[in-house]
Design a protein around this ligand. Structure first.
Ligand code: ATP
Ligand code: MG
Length: 404
């Protein structure tokens, strides 16, 4: 009998087929996932070559080579081809070294915020699923850390995709009372935020991971609000802001990746934010969904204001994501957005790119790719696009600090 007839039983009915197909597909996807991202694999950050270090730090390549030859500063590893390879920690050592050597120019080398510059809390939001909130959050976090900023990334999404990108698998690596819920909860098991912050493999970025537990906050908050007598309660939407302020000194920028819903956590994030980034895929359905989001947000902002609270945001920007500039319908949507919202739509856009998607499947950002991971030209184009978006966001942060 020919082989194909053994698998496909002629008498199989559609219902049985669904069961068989589900098992087949699950097995196939699981195998693929394990191949791309072995469950036990510890994430590590790649090395950076001299030219890249020079670009990131504005220290000339010749100076870096001279220092290394003279044994000054960090000792980069040598690759087989004898090229120098620096870790991000070593790049930060260089920053520190130059900042101390040249105090008048210190900020250029080590851009940490100064006493009179406030912590920037950026909420990446839009309740439309798949608008690239997590991708945007991860790329921004990596970009800022590569440029010497101290970043805290907080995963407010029960799906925990951001945590997974930082190597914290929500089902395996995040236990009970280890998510932001632990710091926000209303009962005696509440923990200080310091206790749930974990360092990541990406030097300069700390993480508060998420998993399904963060949903608890959505259930508990309305119950607590109903139970408590008015007046004695701390205002629920201030909780996130208050707990972030416990660790304010340790960071320059906090990035909040929100879930595709407008619940109490997202509300807390919008209230805590000093900068709001609304990601939008330029398709009409997405824009209609964003309209709902903005209307609901408007209502919630009124609630916050009526409670006597003040919102202190430095900026709001729409970021066009998964942008295909050759798609005519997208061109229309983007020009409509720019017409309506003007400069509030970020000029650079994040282009739709196979490089970003492929990296995402391996739980990576473009910043983690070694050459050879994806077709070089594709990766370069995507990287330029994402760099431009992040550069603009960093400029907004710098402006809010009064830096020119
Ligand atoms: N510029 C891009 N080019 C190609 N694919 C992209 C791009 N940005 C994001 N993606 C892919 O789109 C999918 C959705 O992105 P992402 O998870 O960041 O969206 P999200 O808004 O966080 O979703 P959710 O609402 O479920 O949290 C992912 O598979 C991601 O890899
Ligand atoms: Mg997400």
């Amino acid at each position: 009998m020919p082989e194909m007839l053994i698998n496909a039983e002629p008498s199989e009915n559609p219902a049985d087929k669904i069961v068989r197909h589900a098992a087949l597909l699950s097995e196939h996807l699981q195998a693929r996932r394990e191949q791309m991202y072995p469950p036990k694999a510890e994430k590590t950050l790649r090395y950076f070559m001299t030219n890249e270090v020079s670009k990131l730090t504005s220290i000339p390549e010749s100076t870096l080579k001279l220092m290394s030859n003279e044994g000054k500063g960090p000792h980069p590893a040598r690759l087989e081809n004898n090229h120098r390879a620096y870790t991000l920690a070593q790049i930060n050592e260089l920053r520190q070294f130059f900042a101390e050597q040249r105090p008048t120019d210190a900020l250029r080398f080590q851009p940490h915020r100064r006493k009179d510059e406030h912590l920037q809390i950026l909420a990446v939001a839009n309740f439309k699923g798949g608008s690239a909130k997590t991708t945007t959050s991860a790329h921004l976090a990596h970009y800022l850390a590569l440029h010497g900023y101290r970043v805290l990334a907080i995963d407010l999404d029960p799906q925990a995709s951001l945590s997974a990108m930082f190597g914290a698998q929500p089902e395996m690596d995040v236990q009970q009372n280890e998510t932001i819920y632990a710091a926000l909860r209303y009962d005696a098991d509440r923990k200080p935020i310091k206790d749930i912050i974990r360092p990541t493999y990406f030097t300069g970025i700390d993480l508060i991971p998420g998993n399904i537990e963060v949903m608890e906050y959505e259930h508990e908050t309305p119950r607590v609000l109903a139970e408590r007598s008015s007046g004695s309660q701390d205002i629920f939407f201030e909780r996130l802001r208050l707990c972030i302020s416990e660790v304010e000194e340790d960071y320059d920028v906090v990035i909040l990746d929100t879930p595709p819903s407008l619940g109490f956590l997202t509300l807390g994030a919008i209230y805590a934010a000093t900068g709001l980034l609304v990601t939008v895929h330029p398709a009409m359905l997405d824009v209609m969904s964003m309209n709902q989001f903005l209307l609901m947000m408007g209502d919630l902002i009124s609630v916050i204001r009526n409670a006597g609270a003040v919102m202190r945001q430095d900026f709001l920007r729409y970021i066009v994501t998964r942008h295909d500039p050759n798609d005519q319908s997208q061109v229309h949507v983007v020009s409509m957005l720019r017409h309506l919202f003007d400069d509030d739509v970020l000029t650079p856009t994040a282009i739709e790119s196979a490089a970003i998607e492929t990296a995402g499947l391996a739980k990576r950002t473009l910043y983690e790719l070694e050459s050879g991971n994806v077709a070089a030209a594709t990766a370069k184009r995507a990287r330029e696009s994402v760099d431009a978006v992040n550069e603009r966001i960093l400029a907004l942060i710098s402006e809010s600090w009064g830096r020119t």
